[in-house]
Design a binder for this molecule. Sequence first.
Ligand code: SF4
Length: 172
Amino acid sequence: MSWITAITCIGRAAVKLLSQQVIDRNGTARPCSAQTYEHRSIAVPFGGCTEPSNVKAGGYACPIRFQCAGCGFYRPDPSYLPAIEDHANSLRADRERARAMDAADFVVDNLTSEITAYEEIAEKMQDRLAALPDDERAELEDAAVMLRRLRAGGDRVPLPVTVINRQEGNPR
Ligand code: SF4
C-alpha cells in the first residue's frame, strides 16, 4: 500500500498545507491542489515529480537519472528539506570520491553543479519559511514532520542503483 492511500485526516490536513508551499527548481511558487500533490509525491525521494511518463511509471522512468534539482518537472516543498540536505551531502561525498579517483573534470563539475542547485533550492525554501509569521511556520513544520513520517511508513520508490555481484567467478 502506498503512503498516499494510508493518509489519515491529519495527514490530509498536512498535505493541504504543504501543497501550497510547493516550488520549482528556480524557487518560483507552484502551489497545487492536495490531490495533485499526493499524485506527484510518490515519484522521487527529495521532492515531487510532474514528468508525466515518470509519474505514470511510479517513479521508475526518470529520463535524466534523477538529477531533479536541474529538472523543469521538479516540485519540492519544505517537507523534503531534510531529504534534500541529505542528498546534497551524499553528492559531496561522491565528489570527494570522484576527485580521489582522478575522475575527469566533467564528472566533478557535474557533481558540483548538482550540489549547488540543491543548496540553492534549500536556501530558497528556508527563506520562504523564515518570511512566514511564527504560528504559520510552526504549523507548517509540524505538517512537514507528519508527512515525512507517513512517507517513511509507506512504499517509496528507491533510486535505481547498480547491483554488483562480488562473488568470485561471477562477473555479473
Ligand atoms: S529529474 Fe526528478 S523531477 Fe525530473 S523527471 Fe526525473 S524524477 Fe522527475
